[in-house]
Design a protein around this ligand. Structure first.
Ligand SMILES: C[S@@+](CC[C@H](N)C(=O)[O-])C[C@H]1O[C@@H](n2cnc3c(N)ncnc32)[C@H](O)[C@@H]1O
Length: 460
């Protein structure tokens, strides 16, 4: 081992950063985050450093470095772009027995600055001893992605109960078993993954201390999988998939996403198809209740966002009615994904001041039950989901209220390699309908901005 990893307590400690550029600012910021008081020494300072100087605990010391500058400081960092200056800083620090880091010069440094994953009070430091800083940063990125943002809350929560656990389990082995079982529990994972407050966590630990042998509780996560591009999955969704015992997934979910789950997880296709085999919603609700009741960690992976035309509300209620824990993880809805994919702002200053997501689900000739007058109000973008079959009704209702030149954009399989875009207007929509050119899944974007004072349609 070339270095001994240590975590230094810098609260209120005077630290010197020699340098006035952006690297110096970055180092100073790291020291400030750890509670240090920072003086920066350089003949000139960049705007980044000057703006840092407005923060409490920062002092700028204009002028060239001289050896005596290190006196009175606990720790010194040399962050200039002049090797000679950096070396003289290291020499002065060594002479005064100060800890010193020279940026990008491991040999001249008595300590190195690791890459940090900060889930305070939990800290992970990664260092390559100066051999491969890019590799260290890679590892940091992987850990950042995998570790819940609220892990620090969990560490604090466990800290609050250390005394109580010691009292309850005086035997160290028994106590360790208790903590390990708690850390593996779905209930605690839900706190780490969720948005609940400290009270949730406290109640969970208190309950576990009371009844440590209680059977493990299952949990369901209703997770949005996004519109199709596997990279539009959220970090939280990825983590939950990797942890799931059971994955119930929809037809619209990109199969590539299932690779995030464990191979030994149970996969259940509960896809609902407009034609062909279908799993009724009641059966999906029952499956969710069954697996969660059996103590399983269940991910219900749904296309787009679970709460936008995804029947997520029904699944949430079914689980809540059964008294089972459930959390919802949002996803990028098709309207956002498709709009971004074709460069179509859903709102635009002075052009589209509102956006409406509407379901056009229904029989081909029947007008979907919508408030068409409201949808045709000026200066808005309307996005119809599930509207391929009802295009004739959409066109008819819109034409009764909007000019035939109203711009229409239809996006099929948006964000996927099979994406197709049809740009037309209300008059031209007729030809698309007659030729049956549009295939599901698709979204119909309509801008009512035509004829607005801005005189411009944002979907054109
Ligand atoms: C049952 S809804 C589910 C919506 C989903 N929960 C969401 O937030 O996007 C299915 C409809 O979403 C739309 N849709 C979903 N993914 C799409 C995609 N990649 N491209 C275009 N439309 C899509 C289509 O209108 C499809 O008929």
């Amino acid at each position: 081992m070339d270095h001994l990893p240590l975590f230094a307590r810098l609260h209120g400690q005077p630290c010197l950063v020699v340098g006035g550029g952006n690297v110096a600012a970055r180092k100073a910021r790291a020291l400030l985050r750890a509670g240090g008081k920072v003086a920066l020494r350089a003949p000139r300072f960049t705007a980044a450093v000057r703006s840092l100087a407005t923060e409490p605990g920062v002092e700028l010391k204009p002028g060239h470095f001289v050896a005596g500058d290190v006196v009175g400081f606990t720790l010194v960092i040399a962050a200039t772009d002049d090797d000679e200056v950096n070396r003289s800083v290291a020499q002065a620090a060594r002479a005064q027995h100060k800890l010193c880091n020279v940026v990008d010069d491991g040999d001249a440094s008595s300590f190195i600055m690791p890459a940090i994953v900060d889930r305070s009070p939990l800290l992970i430091a990664i260092a390559s001893g100066g051999h491969a800083p890019v590799l260290a940063r890679r590892i940091k990125t992987v850990l950042e992605r995998q570790l819940p943002a609220r892990l620090g809350d969990i560490a604090r929560l466990l800290g609050r109960f250390r005394g109580a656990a010691r009292e309850r389990f005086p035997d160290l082995k028994r106590r360790r078993y208790f903590w390990e079982r708690l850390l593996d529990s779905n209930a605690l994972a839900a706190v780490a993954n969720g948005t609940g407050g400290d009270d949730d966590g406290d109640a969970i630990v208190a309950k576990a201390l009371e009844n440590p042998e209680a059977a493990p509780e299952g949990i369901a996560y209703l997770v949005g999988a996004g519109p199709g591009d596997p990279e539009l999955l959220t970090l939280k969704a990825q983590r939950l998939l990797a942890d799931a015992d059971v994955v119930l997934y929809d037809r619209l979910v990109n199969p590539a996403l299932l690779d995030h789950a464990r191979r030994d997880a149970e996969f259940v296709d509960v896809g609902k198809r407009a034609a062909g085999p279908t799993t009724p919603q009641t059966a999906i609700n029952a499956l969710l209740v069954k697996h969660v009741s059996a103590g399983k960690r269940v991910v219900r992976l749904k296309g787009g966002d679970p709460f936008i035309f995804g029947r997520g509300g029904e699944e949430l209620r079914a689980l809540e009615d059964a008294g089972l824990p459930v959390k919802v993880v949002p996803g990028i809805t098709a309207a956002q994904g498709c709009a971004a994919a074709v460069g179509l702002p859903l709102t635009e200053r002075g052009v589209a001041t509102a956006v409406t997501l509407a379901t056009a689900h229904g029989a081909a000739d029947a007008a979907p039950e919508l408030d068409w007058d409201a949808l045709c109000a000026p200066q808005q973008t309307v996005v119809f989901y599930m509207g391929v079959g009802t295009l004739p009704a959409i066109r008819r209702n819109l034409l009764q209220r909007l000019p035939a030149t109203t711009a229409i954009v239809i996006v099929e399989r948006g964000t996927t390699p099979e994406q197709r875009v049809h740009r037309t207007d209300l008059a031209g929509l007729d030809a698309l309908i007659r030729k049956k050119t549009v295939a599901a899944p698709a979204l119909v974007f309509v801008s009512t901005a035509t004829g607005s004072p801005a005189g411009k349609a944002n979907v054109a």
